[in-house]
Design a protein around this ligand. Structure first.
Ligand code: XMP
Length: 529
């Protein structure tokens, strides 16, 4: 089964990012894209021929960070030929250490590990050109680069010189100008390195000689061309959840192949209040798509009966989704491709390549292996949510849909701790409706990334009227974020929280206590399961 590489139409300058499994690697690609250069992520061991393949002009290669040490047995290795490919290479953290080791330097445990904000002194170098005073500090001391390493380059490879240092790391960045090879021990891609974006931009423009011939608006054209090429004249099915990602994916595919696309909206019985009706009205009336609604609630809820383990729930839902799609495809006389709105955080958190599995997002890790479609069309696989939203806007999708809060494919199942029962679904659905109403009334709907309620499964003693109650606790979860990879809990006004709490306890039978979740991500995740 193969999925569409998103970038294969017009000829652009291209930077390849080799992924060694760090959690934030996609941010590197994103910074490159934001700098106006097409970025494509490939697995760490992609052979040089694969890196050079395709219509786009390779201008540079970036090696990302990763969780391992370069000197352990089975350490991840890149094709050493990339250093002779005639394009600049930038190694970041693990990538820098790997470059050092492969080219004759020495890497080992640092005397002092560095984590978090670290002062750094930059040499005058093109990579660091144009950093503002705040970013570099008065004497070139950057107070804000973000370090995250136990190992370090202890001895430079022949031909390299150090171009930045910290108190404990004399080789915090290095360069071999003759071969155009560079390394950064710190992470320029994270927001905690305020000069980092500029450094990546300098790599693209000053070092690789890019002109910046790519922009977000080009994305829809390249994706549409790509989808046409992949789908040919085939019939295509799209699973619509009503969420932003599947809507944008569907709109793209609709633009590419029109009526060859049929959308299937599965009501798995785990939707929010009124959601099914709203979604149907929207796609049919506003977007004019072929759309079929399948009421599969009994089937899903039956399979989920007695299941309490979060990963088991996700796998069941993922599998059932595919089975329903397959059945619909058969009814339609067969479909070769299935469109999914998978976005990059889904891929990375489902344990892509060498990253740790955090949870199986239903449209990635939950896929059964015997899926009977010829292939998947996943045009958003390399993008973050806010990039998807911007793409949605360029496609003319109404703001109300593009800026809807994200809703997970497994729906309320992962907001009900333990077994899913009609009573629990009622509590989470009604309390969620109240929370949404009040957030909207407070004018905060767009300021908060996601806000919902969770059925905690915990019962507590309360007093209502003159009597004792022993009912369930509902948790409120509201977070701010720009990409769902890291989040802060939202500092909602107390007056709003009070109102929501009062309404939930008064209006939702079976619930006598409301708590507010004040956990960020990491260490928490947005959803409770
Ligand atoms: P977590 O809980 O991992 O959520 O911090 C990150 C974002 O992903 C959504 N989410 C999912 N979306 N299928 C989806 O389509 C899933 O299985 C899934 N699990 C979490 C979550 O709502 C948040 O926006």
């Amino acid at each position: 089964m193969q999925s569409a590489s998103p970038f294969t139409s017009k000829i652009y300058e291209r930077i390849v990012v080799l992924d060694f499994g760090g959690q934030y690697n996609q941010l590197i690609a994103r910074c490159v894209r934001e700098a106006g250069v097409l970025a494509e992520i490939l697995p760490y061991d992609a052979p040089l021929a694969a890196i050079q393949a395709g219509p786009h002009r390779l201008k540079g290669i970036i090696l990302t960070g990763g969780p391992d040490s370069v000197y352990v047995e089975d350490a991840l290795n890149c094709d050493p030929e990339i250093f002779n490919a005639g394009v600049p290479v930038l190694g970041i953290c693990y990538g820098m250490q790997l470059m050092a080791q492969l080219l004759g330097g020495k890497v080992g445990p640092a005397e002092v590990s560095e984590f978090g904000h670290t002062d750094i002194a930059f040499a005058g170098h093109r990579l660091f050109a144009g950093l503002s005073e705040e970013e570099t500090g008065e004497q070139g001391a950057g107070r804000h680069v973000w370090m995250n390493h136990r190992d370090a380059v202890l001895q430079l490879p022949p031909g390299f010189t150090a171009i930045a240092k910290t108190e404990n790391c004399p080789n915090a960045a290095f360069a071999d100008e003759n071969r155009k090879l560079y390394g950064l021990q710190f992470h320029p891609e994270v927001r905690h390195s305020p000069g980092g974006r500029r450094i990546l931009q300098n790599f693209c423009y000053e070092i690789c000689g890019c002109q910046g011939d790519w922009q977000m608006a080009d994305l829809s054209q390249t994706l549409v061309a790509d989808i046409r090429r992949q789908a040919g004249g085939s019939a295509v099915l799209c699973g619509l959840s009503g969420g932003v990602d599947s809507s944008v994916a569907a709109a793209l595919v609709h633009k590419a192949i029109g009526d060859q696309l049929t959308c299937v909206f599965v009501d798995h019985g785990l939707l929010r209040k009124n959601e099914a009706a709203e979604v149907m009205a929207f796609y049919k009336d506003t977007l004019g798509m072929n759309i079929i609604k399948v009421d599969a609630s009994e089937r899903f809820l039956g399979k989920l009966r007695g299941i309490t383990e979060p990963e088991a729930k996700r796998k069941i839902i993922g599998e059932e989704f595919i089975r329903v799609f397959e059945e619909e495809a058969r009814k339609l006389g067969g479909a070769d491709y299935l469109v999914q709105g998978t976005i990059y955080p889904d891929v990375i958190e489902s344990g892509h390549g060498k990253s740790a599995v955090i949870k199986s997002h239903h449209n990635v890790g939950g896929l059964p292996l015997d899926i009977s479609f010829k292939g998947l069309i996943e045009p958003l696989r390399s993008l973050f949510k806010d990039e998807v939203r911007r793409l949605g806007e360029t496609l003319g999708i109404p703001k109300a849909l593009v800026w809807r809060q994200p809703f997970p494919g497994p729906g309320l199942a992962i907001r009900i701790m333990g077994e899913i029962t009609p009573e629990r679904l009622f509590i989470v659905r009604e309390s969620d409706w109240i929370f949404r109403e009040e957030v909207a009334k407070a004018g905060l709907a767009e300021a908060v990334w996601q806000y919902f309620t969770v059925f905690t499964g915990v019962q507590t003693v309360g007093v209502m009227g003159d009597g004792r109650t022993y009912d369930f606790v509902v948790a409120l979860r509201a977070v701010t974020s720009s990409d769902a990879m890291t989040v802060e809990f939202a500092e909602l006004p107390y007056a709003l929280l009070r109102k929501v709490s009062q309404r939930i306890i008064n209006e939702v039978a079976g619930c006598n206590r409301v708590v507010y979740d004040i956990t960020s991500k990491p260490p928490g995740t947005i959803e409770w399961e």
